[in-house]
Every structure is written in structure tokens, then in C-alpha cells.
Design a protein around this ligand. Structure first.
Ligand SMILES: Nc1ncnc2c1ncn2[C@@H]1O[C@H](COP(=O)(O)OP(=O)(O)OP(=O)(O)O)[C@@H](O)[C@H]1O
Length: 244
């Protein structure tokens, strides 16, 4: 949990931001990146955060992840360590696919036999079982992102923070990964906060879309997406809700 004041812990898997402000720098050079952002993501909910470049989307995600300090307000992730996935897969090029996925388990001190079973299970989840012994450079961009997703899932946390994870992929690969992410999210009952520039991607994945204003980032609009799951190619129906 990252907070200026301590709040009661939220339910496991929920994310609650209350009046969150972030200022970078100080004095004349201070940049107000986020201004009084309040947002709750319920356990098991998939929320997409959209907004123009520089509006503070990554800042918000980094604050929830605990990678940076807030200037005001509170962030409560119910005492769990959220997992964070970026646009770049950031795999270790000298390790095999399996060893990349195994790394967080090794760092967590899991015994070797347990690690081996977990890696096999995770590679199965992302359909990469037969690539366990390959090096990252032998994979396509979409496959590398699937390895990064498996490594993120290895952390076994209920909260997944994703910062444009498919932004560098072509449209067809992205569509496939949308289906895979939706399946994994449903099976594992994850709480997901997903940043994207792409409104179509948000409408494809989200239960709820939240729009940030240009800097300083404030929530100016949100809408529920009513679509039966799995959403697949079903056109979404958006139901707007007013925000302050
Ligand atoms: N470390 C920093 N120091 C100073 N200003 C920063 C820092 N990090 C971000 N900013 C500023 O804060 C604002 C929000 O940045 P942020 O990266 O969160 O936006 P974003 O919505 O994620 O942008 P993009 O969609 O382009 O990735 C921007 O104006 C940015 O220049």
C-alpha cells in the first residue's frame, strides 16, 4: 500500500484511490501530473484507463504499483503487491523462456520442483509449452509478450496493472492476445487496471472505461461496457455515467 495516511485495508483484489495528487519536481519547475483522482476498481473488475499522451496514465499506474510516492490522497491495494506489465516485455535475453518465467519464483524462494511445475503450468496458460527452452530472440513480438504475461502471472497476485502491454503489436496479434487475456482474467478472477491510448482496445476488454483529462489528469468521464463474456468480436454497448 502506498498512502499519505493509513486507510482500512480494502477487500483483497480491490484498488482504491482517493483524492490522489501527484506533483513532479518543485517550485517553478513543479508539474502537476494528477489532480484529485478518486477511483475504485472492484475485485475481479477489468477497468481501462484512457486519455491523451501525457495525461498521467502511467503515473497513476506507477503510484498503484508503489513505484513512486504520491503527493496527496491515498492509494489502497488491500495489502497485496500488484503485478505490473509494460509495453516492452523486458525479458532477460540470456535466459530461456522457461527461466524468464521461473525468475520471480526463484526470487520468492520456491523450491526447485515446485518452480518447475509452476513454470509448466504458466507456459500452458499462455500456449507456449513447446517454447520453454527457446531464447527470447527466437520468438515473435506477440510470443515475447505472452512470456512477459506468464512471468507476471507467476507472482500470483490478484491485481494486475498493465501499461499499454500490446501497444507495440500488430492488430491481428493484439486481437489474439485480447482473447487470451480475457480468458486468463476470467479463469483467475483477476482485478485488472489497463492503460491504453486505444479506445477500441478499451471497449474490447473493459467492464468499465475511465477517461482522464489532459494534464493535470482528472477523471472526466466513465462508462460501463455491457457485453456478454467472452466478448470476442461482439460489438460492445457503452452505457455512459456522469462524473462530477
Ligand atoms: N519523472 C518525471 N519528472 C517530471 N515530469 C514527469 C515525470 N514523469 C512524468 N512526468 C510528466 O507527468 C505527466 C504525465 O506523464 P505520464 O507518463 O504519466 O503520462 P501518460 O498519460 O502515461 O503519457 P503517454 O500516454 O504518452 O505514455 C507528463 O506531462 C510528463 O511529462
Amino acid at each position: 500500500m502506498t498512502s499519505a495516511t493509513t486507510l482500512p485495508k480494502s477487500a483483497t483484489g480491490s484498488v482504491a484511490l482517493s483524492g490522489v495528487t501527484k506533483v513532479y519536481g518543485r517550485g517553478q519547475h513543479a508539474v502537476l501530473a494528477l489532480d484529485q483522482v478518486s477511483l475504485t476498481v472492484a475485485p475481479g473488475e477489468f477497468v481501462c484507463l484512457v486519455g491523451a499522451s501525457g495525461c498521467g496514465k502511467s503515473t497513476l499506474l506507477n503510484l498503484v504499483a508503489g513505484l513512486d510516492t504520491i503527493s496527496g490522497g491515498t492509494v489502497d491495494v488491500g495489502g497485496v503487491n500488484p503485478a505490473l506489465m509494460f509495453q516492452e516485455p523486458a525479458l532477460f535475453p540470456w535466459l530461456t523462456v522457461g527461466a524468464n518465467v521461473e525468475l520471480p519464483l526463484k526470487l520468492a524462494g520456491l523450491p526447485r520442483a515446485e518452480r518447475r511445475d509452476r513454470v509448466a503450468e504458466l507456459l500452458k496458460v499462455v500456449h507456449l509449452t513447446e517454447f520453454a527452452r527457446r531464447q527470447p530472440h527466437e520468438l515473435s513480438g506477440g510470443m515475447r509478450q505472452r512470456v512477459a504475461l506468464a512471468r507476471t502471472l507467476a507472482l500470483d497476485t490478484p491485481v494486475l496493472l498493465m501499461d499499454e502491454p500490446f501497444g507495440a503489436l500488430d492488430a491481428m496479434t493484439r486481437d489474439i492476445l485480447h482473447d487470451e487475456l480475457e480468458r486468463i482474467w476470467t479463469e483467475r478472477k483477476l482485478t485488472v487496471l489497463f492503460v491504453t491510448h486505444n479506445v477500441r482496445e478499451a471497449a474490447r476488454l473493459a467492464d468499465r472505461i475511465v477517461l482522464l483529462s489532459s494534464r493535470p489528469g482528472r477523471i472526466i468521464y466513465e462508462t460501463r461496457v455491457d457485453v456478454p463474456r467472452p466478448a470476442g468480436s461482439t460489438p460492445p454497448r457503452c452505457r455512459p455515467s456522469r462524473r462530477r
